[in-house]
Design a protein around this ligand. Structure first.
Ligand code: SAM
Length: 280
């Protein structure tokens, strides 16, 4: 015990769960089915306790009252899952290195720019993996107009991603030669990305279900393991908006359990189970 009063199951009612369901949907497009009732309790009760509330009801009243905006953000963060890893779904990175990076290099050689978007970047393993892939296949990428936009709704994970520092055990998925090339030891068991690779990613807070202050199109978009939390209508809206942000011949990578249900209407062709190409 940490000295705080426990918040028991009796302080968490169906009405409270329904309020959290509405908040998650309105704030982030996150759909919480009834099966998530216990998960919500375990994720949110800690914040209820830490803020000194005896029940979910008074906590939610506080969150929804004027002045509760900061805690509203923390509540939404508590409802999201941030699990990620370096080079998750290796095939995407092989495809990126062999198909997309040569195009990026050709675009740049022709006087254009190179743009890739990691659209739910969590703590940064995805955009830093993209950066390592680009630097490996196109070693002087950082000397050109090549950028990886890395965004997430959660400001806390975006700050961690931007720091680019990871405990040694979290770097397991990085091949040894790449780790040696792109990271340096912090001397305390952590490793950080160092050198020109640091110029590639640009980290921003962005809600995929709100407006996007983003200009231009991308050669590739990674939107992986996030739409599983959205309902079908929200997913379809998002697929269309992402497709609109791809250049012709650009690629959309989705999570291993995700599919673009409206691919044809969205102007996308499935070229592998979780890879879609934007039509010309
Ligand atoms: C499971 S992680 C996926 C990370 C990475 N894309 C991967 O596949 O390893 C899901 C991320 O989606 C983010 N997320 C959830 N709802 C979001 C929204 N409406 N807009 C932007 N990001 C969102 C969460 O904060 C979380 O970091």
């Amino acid at each position: 015990m940490n000295g705080l009063m426990p918040v028991g199951e009796s302080d968490y009612t169906d009405t409270d769960f329904q309020r959290v369901q509405r908040i998650a949907q309105a704030q982030a497009g996150i759909h919480l089915p009834a099966t998530k009732r216990a998960l919500v309790y375990s994720r949110v009760s800690r914040r209820v306790r830490e803020l000194g509330h005896a029940s979910f009801r008074t906590y939610l009243d506080f969150v929804q009252a004027p002045g509760g905006e900061g805690e509203m953000e923390k509540l939404v963060y508590a409802l999201t899952t941030n699990v990620t890893s370096f080079f998750r779904e290796k095939k995407h990175f092989e495809h990126l290195e062999t198909v997309v990076v040569p195009r990026l290099a050709a675009n740049i050689a022709a006087g254009g720019r190179g743009r890739v978007w990691s659209a739910a970047c969590s703590t940064g393993q995805e955009p830093w993996s993209i950066a390592m892939s680009i630097m490996t296949a196109f070693p002087d990428a950082a000397a050109h107009d090549m950028r990886i936009l890395a965004t997430d709704i959660n400001a806390d994970v975006v700050a961690r991603a931007a720091g680019g520092v990871y405990p040694d055990e979290e770097t397991e998925g990085i091949p040894a030669a790449r780790k040696a090339q792109f990271m340096e030891s912090c001397g305390d068991g952590d490793y950080r990305f160092a050198g020109p690779i640091g110029r590639l990613p640009a980290f921003r807070v962005l809600n995929l279900n709100a407006s996007w202050p983003i200009r231009g199109t991308f050669s590739a978009i990674f939107c992986r393991n996030v739409v599983i939390y959205f309902d079908e209508a929200t997913r379809e809206r998002l697929w269309q908006r992402l497709s609109d942000r791809l250049e012709p011949g650009g690629f959309l990578y989705v999570g291993h359990s995700e599919r673009v249900s409206c691919a044809t209407q969205c102007g996308l062709t499935q070229v592998a189970p979780t890879i879609y190409e934007k039509d010309d």
